[in-house]
Design a protein. Structure first.
Length: 126
């Protein structure tokens, strides 16, 4: 809880640098846990954010997230999964499973395009 001598920005920065990385670390791994477990993790993040802001327990979670300019833990996990898979597709990280599961761009579109961004590539082969 912020003391009267601390600025709100300092406390929020401290929350974002010390608490949120703990929740985000390895979030891809526990993505397949049950929905109730995911909501428990989200509740823990929200209660930590409420303590940091000095809010009442009855403050709505959307107001707390809006005040801290944060997204829910579930949403941040989905973003990190998308980032990880894009790194796998572009071979920026080692692939933990066979790469032949993914289509290459040249395999999906055998001709050159003026605008490559107009093509939506499905992630997995059928």
């Amino acid at each position: 809880m912020p003391t009267p001598f601390q600025k709100k920005e300092t406390v929020v920065l401290s929350c974002k640098t010390n608490i949120l990385p703990i929740f985000d670390y390895g979030s891809i791994i526990y993505d397949n846990c049950s929905d109730s477990d995911k909501h428990l993790l989200d509740k823990a993040q929200l209660s930590a954010a409420k303590i940091i802001l000095g809010c009442l327990k009855s403050t709505s979670s959307s107001d707390v997230l809006l005040d801290l300019n944060l997204k829910t833990l579930i949403h941040r996990r989905e973003i990190s999964i998308l980032r990880y898979f894009s790194k796998i597709i572009f071979r920026l990280v080692p692939c933990p499973f066979p790469l032949n599961l993914f289509r290459s761009f040249s395999e999906f579109v055998p001709y050159t395009l003026r605008h490559n961004l107009d093509v939506q590539i499905p992630l997995f082969k059928k």
